[in-house]
Design a protein around this ligand. Structure first.
Ligand SMILES: *[C@@H]1O[C@H](CO)[C@@H](O)[C@H](O)[C@H]1NC(C)=O
Ligand SMILES: *[C@@H]1O[C@H](CO)[C@@H](O)[C@H](O)[C@H]1NC(C)=O
Ligand SMILES: *[C@@H]1O[C@H](CO)[C@@H](O)[C@H](O)[C@H]1NC(C)=O
Length: 282
């Protein structure tokens, strides 16, 4: 009896593993298509996309959150089942990466709307060849932050990461290296770095690695966006000295005391592109 229960759960597990493994593909072709999402103000009916009957009534915020793509496999859901889902797409030639939302079907693997095709084609070779060669993986369109944040917590600094000197290479012993160390340079250097050991820390790197924090110096109200790339042992944060700590220590009291008192909140890294942030000197 026990044995059959176990074999059933092993079967379920095997199915889960294989369906998870089937949600991505490597080295597939992505062509360009003119969906005119932006020009049509993200109106799925006006753009005549396949998924319009199911998704055209979704809120504007939802429809305009990501650029659009048509999708045709080979791995993961296709047709109606794929509508509204999100793919992280990486140009294998350049490492350029972005998230797109599926709005239709495709005879090829992907048909990317023109603006996002161009965005991924930073070396122009996609235009030349007529397609990009990409890796894709299905991702959560609305990942939940681990928690809201905390007020008036201590942040120390680290002199050891040295991202600027090391071309933003993740230190081999950092908590997030296995998960994020292989991400493209543009991604790794987009924000200053921090180690995180606050209230919402986790022993699972997937829960916190790569997430962004808005950190505010409570004394001066200077704030910035930083990305979690390590864990830490003390208090809440260990900001990288040059790219995280110094930019908000504008009165020098943090350097004098060896720490800052900060407020922090989890924010969506992608939404922060145009938000005011301090830029460390590179
Ligand atoms: C769509 O792609 C364009 C071109 O890269 C970019 O400027 C824009 O921010 C993207 N829109 C969204 C919603 O991601
Ligand atoms: C694409 O996937 C292949 C096979 O897994 C991998 O070797 C390669 O590094 C990936 N490319 C990028 C840019 O992530
Ligand atoms: C912040 O924390 C410090 C040290 O723990 C404390 O002295 C101060 O009163 C706190 N400030 C606020 C506004 O809670």
């Amino acid at each position: 009896m026990e044995r059959s229960v176990m074999s059933v759960s092993l079967l379920v597990l095997a199915c889960l593993v294989s369906s998870a493994a089937a949600q991505s593909a490597e080295n597939v072709k992505a062509y360009m298509v003119y969906l005119y999402a932006q020009e049509k103000d993200w109106d799925m009916n006006a753009a005549h996309v396949y998924c319009a009957p199911w998704d055209a009534d979704k809120p504007y915020e939802w429809r305009s959150k990501y650029n659009w793509t048509n999708f045709g496999g080979p791995n993961g859901p296709i047709g109606k089942d794929a509508c509204g889902k999100c793919l992280q797409v990486t140009n294998t030639a350049t490492g350029d990466e972005t998230i797109v939302r599926i709005v239709g079907t495709s005879a090829a693997s992907l048909n990317l709307d023109q603006p996002v095709f161009d965005q991924l084609d930073s070396d122009g070779q996609g235009q030349v060849a007529g397609h990009l060669v990409v890796n894709y993986t299905f991702v959560d369109c609305d990942p939940k932050p681990p928690g809201p944040g905390e007020s008036n917590v201590t942040s120390y600094f680290s002199d050891d990461y040295n991202p600027i000197e090391n071309d933003w290479t993740y230190p081999s012993r950092a908590f997030c290296t296995a998960l994020d160390g292989g991400k493209p340079l543009e991604w790794r250097k987009k924000y200053g770095w921090t180690g995180y050991c606050g209230k919402y820390s986790s022993s699972n790197p997937e829960d916190i690695c790569g997430k962004c924090l808005k950190v505010t110096n409570t004394a001066t109200k200077d704030s910035e966006i930083v990305r979690i790339m390590d864990t830490c042992g003390l208090e809440a944060l260990v900001l990288d000295k040059k790219t995280g700590f110094d930019p908000i220590d504008t009165n020098g009291e943090g350097n004098a005391a060896g720490h800052l008192l900060v407020d922090y909140e989890f924010v969506d890294c992608e939404d922060q592109v145009n938000s005011p942030r301090l830029v460390f000197s590179q």
